[in-house]
Design a protein around this ligand. Sequence first.
Ligand code: NAD
Ligand code: UDP
Length: 311
Amino acid sequence: MKRILVSGGAGFIGSHLCTRLINEGHDVICLDNFFTGSKNNIIHLMDNHHFELVRHDVTHPYTAEVDEIYNLACPASPIYYQYDAIQTAKTSVMGAINMLGLAQRLNARILQASTSEVYGDPIVHPQTEDYWGNVNPIGIRSCYDEGKRCAETLFMDYHRQNKVRIKIIRIFNTYGPKMLPHDGRVVSNFVVQALCNNDITIYGSGEQTRSFQYIDDLIEGMVRMMNTDDDFVGPVNIGNPNEFSILELAEKVIRLTNSSSKIIFKPLPFDDPKQRQPDISLAKEKLNWHPTVQLEEGLENMIEYFKYIAC
Ligand code: NAD
Ligand code: UDP
């Protein structure tokens, strides 16, 4: 049994990770300030004596004796990370410093939930880990993109300079149950809109692409990465390489929900990346990992989950 800290543990990904770690028999501390997370996401763990929930903001230092840290704290949906852009940048950068400092003192392993956003609006396609990206440093997405890039820099410098045992994963668009109905990201938006027979809101022409990964595949990749040897630090892409246009996604969701929703087109947000697809050769080689849940199957689970809470 290990003692494991999960920052952002009450969020979408964090709550699935806490559940997985508890099921494996570990002792888990879930740290969250509930900005986009919810107690409902982890309510099923509350009575478990191996689970501890702590209300805390990672921009402030935190101490506890643990063996591993998963650093997930940070809003991930554009509407939420842009709501208080300064706090988003602080969460990424100061949160990384505080969690890395803790890992250093404890000689604990620490995994950073980085993002495909470090590639910005990529010119190289599909994206490999050695691509440095195409990121606007002063735009409305920069608080998140540059915050996450700076966090990666800090992770690498704590590793090189202070010998901290780090792991970096770059997560591509992930969806699944426990996303908030009003989360704002595209898969949850479309499923909720379709179930309620409301208009499906496509931003721009819908020709932009994303590659959607189901939550269970991500959690498997994260845990495998944490358990690799100390000399493999990443970064490593974790995503599903099957790429879809946003229009294709909307059509699929309408068909699977049997919805009477109409597609409407709204302005494309500034700096919205045109395409995104992970090259997962490194994850296959180092983690013996590849995604197993394809989009239609994942969407069916998502529809089942939102059926009761969407409208
Ligand atoms: P989420 O918004 O559901 O979860 C983030 C959690 O962090 C929430 O519980 C929130 O309350 C908490 N949080 C935010 N600021 C905090 C702070 N200052 N102190 C403590 N807690 C704080 O998002 P998610 O999709 O679960 O994403 C989790 C992590 O994975 C994030 O770091 C995100 O950048 C990364 N990621 C997610 C995706 C994705 O597609 N879901 C893709 C790439 C990277
Ligand atoms: N998007 C959309 N309608 C929505 C929400 C998002 O067309 O209701 C688009 C968005 O402009 C982007 C894509 O879907 O091109 C993915 O958006 P999301 O916020 O889920 O992820 P990110 O842009 O951060 O990859």
